[in-house]
Design a protein around this ligand. Structure first.
Ligand code: GAP
Length: 523
């Protein structure tokens, strides 16, 4: 049993490996840092999350269509989008350990350490019990908030941390790299490895991977692995609008791989170098972007909550430092065992991208709006969710170590309480024994159902052990074929969450499973 959130997270990671959800890439060669492979159950779960998103965004919205753009794009795309010049993290090296760090993260760690004593005291004294992840309550209570602020600001270190946070934000907003270095020196931040403050200058480190296209390694042949899928949508916006006779407002949705040379890869599949995004660009008339931004913020949160996750686990976080293309941005954050982290971004990208592509390509990317008889470059609201983060969120939220002990005996199980729509295996079919024609009957039932549902057949071990194995991968139903089945065609169906069993006619299984795993339950 996990005794702390740290331990819980470690146990989820081990569970992912042990039950075929996530493996480290190239593990037999000791792995490749921040790159992961999805195993047999992980691939199914990932596909189900994609289906949930695609149905919610494309299938249920008449004015949103899908796209599957190539990963490689013309190098000018990334100049136009601002990624060549601006998609970078501020990095600093320690000359003694030769280790590289993100300058802003070193400073943020310092802020946290300065503030932590006061925050811990507030928690111990019960003033901050409603606090989540240190600083921002998801549902602020003005009176409690004031009492807490008064308490925290009595602490000198907390005040210093607060001041430092302001200075760091200022440097980041103004791209003041020497300023970041000055703060690292001023606050005496030392390299945790060498223990010295022998720092280089802060330099911007571009996160895009590049490679060569064609045989000659000339400058002009450099192509990038896309760091976001969105640009494939922008450069195809007019193709889709014209060929699909789309009228504004309309959206284009896409699921695909993105690549970032993250310097600091942490927390399992939270920060990867190769990951997958599910992005939708919604093209709107200039001047209407605020209302569409609000619409998509709420619609996307609703999508998350429809899976049954507690609303207390989610919060919005407003960006203060906006990306180079945005005029407003909110993150949807989830409370992972290591704190609240961004899962999805909702960005108001103005007409920045389309205008830039118009400028760099020399091609008009305007839309003629017949309702107002005007040509304009549309504004864009983007929803961008990381599939891998959604996967981890789903695993953590579903993972439970359940104590089933009774007075007579100790017992426990690990159960993944995945929504049945997302479960990798929808039902497992067990013959009670390996003889008397039970396996044949079980196979016959399975053959009728397997076209519509991903099923597993198991005849090894006791029924109890087979139940436990299915609980651990989140299978919502286990169907047992026994001697009575041969007489009256009934089977037992055992429900994962309640562990209750009922006897049903085998001919009704299709309907029973179909109802419980139907997308209608979440959409
Ligand atoms: N097109 C906008 C865009 O790419 P972003 O906030 O940089 O915005 C969107 O990324 C989402 O992609 C994030 O909310 C996160 O879930 C996911 N993401 C970003 N970088 C990632 C990484 N290195 N590993 C895994 N997921 C990542």
């Amino acid at each position: 049993m996990s005794n702390s959130t740290d331990e819980l997270f470690k146990n989820v990671i081990s569970h992912c490996k042990e039950y075929g959800f996530v493996f480290q890439s190239s593990e037999i060669y000791d792995g490749l840092s921040a790159v992961y492979d999805y195993g047999q159950n992980g691939a199914e779960l990932k596909n189900n999350i994609k289906t949930y998103w695609w149905k919610a965004m494309v299938q249920l919205n008449e004015n949103i269509v899908g796209l599957d753009a190539a990963i490689f794009m013309h190098p000018k795309v990334w100049e136009a989008s601002g990624h060549v010049a601006g998609f970078a993290d501020p990095m600093i090296d320690n000359k003694d350990s030769n280790k590289r760090y993100r300058a802003d993260q070193l400073l943020e760690d310092k802020v946290t350490s300065l503030m932590s004593k006061a925050v811990d005291d507030a928690k111990t004294k019960g003033i901050a019990t409603y606090y989540e992840d240190g600083f921002v309550p998801s549902m602020p209570d003005i009176a409690k908030e004031q009492a807490l602020q008064d308490f925290l600001f009595q602490n000198e270190d907390y005040k210093k941390g607060y001041e430092l946070m302001g200075k760091v934000n200022n440097c980041l907003l103004n791209d003041d790299l020497p300023g970041l270095r000055d703060l690292i020196i001023e606050y005496d931040i030392k390299d945790p490895i060498s223990g010295t403050a022998n720092w280089t200058d802060v330099r911007q480190f571009n996160l895009m991977f590049s490679t060569q296209m064609g045989a000659l390694a000339e400058e002009s042949d450099v192509v990038y692995l896309r760091p976001e899928t969105a640009q494939g949508i922008f450069v195809n916006y007019l193709n889709v609008q014209k060929s699909g006779r789309m009228k504004i407002p309309f959206g284009i949705a896409q699921i695909g791989k993105a690549f970032r040379n993250e310097v600091i890869a942490r927390q399992f599949i939270i920060r990867m170098r190769e990951f997958e995004q599910m992005e939708m660009q919604f093209f709107v008339r200039p001047g209407t972007q605020k209302e569409w931004f609000e619409h998509w913020k709420q619609a996307r949160l609703k999508w998350h909550l429809a899976l049954g996750t507690s609303p207390a686990k989610y919060r919005f976080h407003e960006h203060t430092k906006l990306a180079h293309y945005a005029d407003a941005a909110f993150d949807i954050e989830y409370e992972f065992p290591f704190g609240f982290k961004e899962v999805e971004g909702i960005h108001s990208r103005t007409d920045f991208d389309l205008s830039q592509h118009q400028k760099y390509s020399g091609k008009k990317l305007q839309y003629f709006d017949p309702e107002i008889n005007q040509n304009y470059v549309p504004y864009v609201i983007e929803t961008s969710i990381g599939l891998d983060r959604m996967f981890l969120l789903t695993m953590i939220n579903a993972y439970e170590e359940e104590d089933l002990s009774t007075e007579e005996r100790q017992d426990s199980r690990v159960v993944l309480r995945l929504h049945p729509c997302l479960a990798p295996v929808k039902a497992a079919i067990f013959p009670l024994t390996k003889k008397d024609g039970l396996p044949e009957k079980a196979r016959e039932i399975m053959d009728k159902l397997k076209v519509d549902y991903n099923l597993q057949y198991e005849e090894k071990d006791t029924i109890g052990k087979r139940y436990r194995r299915q609980d651990a991968i989140g299978t919502p139903f286990c169907i047992t074929v026994d001697h009575q089945t041969l007489e009256d065609n009934t089977v037992t169906i055992r429900h994962r969450d309640t562990m209750e069993q009922e006897r049903v006619n085998a001919d009704d299984l299709d309907k029973i499973i179909g109802n419980l795993v139907s997308w209608r339950n979440v959409l």
